[in-house]
Design a protein around this ligand. Structure first.
Ligand code: ZN
Length: 78
């Protein structure tokens, strides 16, 4: 019997999706980040192809077109 991983959450929050392994541009989602961002959103640690690890909130990864770590030194950042 497959058991879905459950995250504690407030009832008003949208359901939290497990994004582990998701590829977004030059990023691969590694794991949930231990802290939330300033808006209280769940963040995910992503590994950029350039070797940098960054944390982004899920909505940025899914809807707002993030493609790389965003560093100006990242050669994959446009
Ligand atoms: Zn990068």
């Amino acid at each position: 019997m497959f058991e879905y991983r459950r995250f504690p959450r407030a009832p008003t929050e949208a359901p939290i999706q497990d994004l582990t392994g998701l590829r977004v541009g030059d990023l691969i989602v590694l794991r949930p980040y231990s802290q939330r961002d300033s808006a209280g959103r769940i963040c995910w640690v992503c590994h950029c192809r350039c070797g940098v690890e960054v944390a982004y909130p899920a909505n940025l990864l899914k809807r707002e077109g993030v493609r790389s770590c965003g560093s100006i030194e990242c050669r994959y950042h446009k």
